[in-house]
Design a protein around this ligand. Structure first.
Ligand SMILES: [Zn+2]
Ligand SMILES: [Zn+2]
Length: 135
């Protein structure tokens, strides 16, 4: 593996679930739709899309929950069966890729989101300067 291909590890709160990811994410985004607010318990989800080919390994026991989104396509949230941390999600519209919860990467240098989806649902106090939709 070339040196340039750095790896990052996503872990849940109890550290039982671990995903090792290679290289840089395709895209980093935030979403303040109501489902993301509920799923994360926070004002917005902060996520990074990685190609399946970037997922070098995955361990730990997880459970997934699938729902149908407003687009009519399914979205599937995957969380640790012990601590409940939402580690990643998959979506029907996201081919051959997964969307990793950026907070699970424990990296303050991780890239900022490029876009805030569902900005119309964001909490009024929330400002994400320089981010499309974040104002
Ligand atoms: Zn856990
Ligand atoms: Zn959302």
């Amino acid at each position: 593996m070339p040196d340039a291909l750095r790896t990052r590890t996503a872990t849940c709160s109890c550290r039982r679930v671990e995903l090792v990811l290679a290289g840089e994410p395709r895209r980093v985004y935030a979403c303040s739709c109501m489902e993301c607010q509920r799923a994360t318990g926070s004002a917005f989800a902060y996520r990074a899309i990685y190609a399946d080919s970037a997922l070098l390994s995955m361990q730990g026991e997880t459970k997934s929950w699938r729902r149908v989104g407003s687009s009519g396509q399914w979205l599937e949230q995957t969380f640790c069966t012990t601590c409940g941390s939402l580690v990643y999600m998959r979506a029907e519209g996201l081919k051959d890729a997964l969307s990793v919860s950026a907070g699970c990467l424990e990296d303050p240098e991780f890239p900022a989101p490029q876009l805030l989806h569902w900005a119309q649902r964001k909490h009024r106090w929330l400002a994400l300067p320089g981010i499309a939709g974040g104002e």
